[in-house]
Ligand binder design. Structure first.
Ligand SMILES: [Zn+2]
Length: 121
C-alpha cells in the first residue's frame, strides 16, 4: 500500500538513524501518532535488585502501516518530527489479538450457562 505521507520511512524521505526498539502500542488515538511503551529492567545498586519500569515514547504512525492499539511494533529513531515525536513506526511485529477477546467472551457465556440456578424454597 502506497501513501503520500512525507514522514513515512518507506514512501517519504525519512531516514532512520540511531536507536531502534520494539514496544507495545498503548494509544493510537491522535492522528498519525502512536504512544508506545517498552519495559526496561534497571538495577538498583542500593538494594542489589532489579526494578522494572516502563518508558513512554511518541512515534509517528504512517498511513501505510496504521498500527492500532495493542500492536507490537518496531520503531526507529529519526529526526525530530514534532514537539513530542522523534521516532517512527517501521513495522508491525504482531497485531493485537482481537480474536482471543471474542473467544474469552464466548467462554464466559458458556460458563454462565452451565451453572445451574440454585433455588431455595
Ligand atoms: Zn508509506
Amino acid at each position: 500500500m502506497e501513501c503520500n505521507d512525507k514522514k513515512c520511512p518507506v514512501h517519504g524521505g525519512l531516514k532512520i538513524r540511531g536507536n531502534m526498539f520494539t514496544g507495545t502500542v498503548v494509544s493510537a488515538k491522535p492522528h498519525r501518532t502512536v504512544v508506545i511503551t517498552r519495559t526496561l529492567i534497571r538495577q538498583i545498586p542500593k538494594y542489589e535488585r532489579y526494578k522494572k519500569f516502563t518508558s513512554k515514547i511518541y512515534a509517528h504512525n504512517p498511513e501505510c502501516i496504521a498500527a492500532g492499539e495493542g500492536d507490537i511494533v518496531t520503531v526507529g529513531e529519526t529526526r525530530r518530527l514534532s514537539k513530542t515525536k522523534s521516532f517512527v513506526v517501521m513495522s508491525i511485529e504482531k497485531k493485537a489479538e482481537k480474536v482471543d477477546k471474542v473467544k474469552e467472551e464466548k467462554m464466559k457465556e458458556k460458563k454462565s450457562e452451565s451453572v445451574p440456578e440454585i433455588k431455595t424454597q
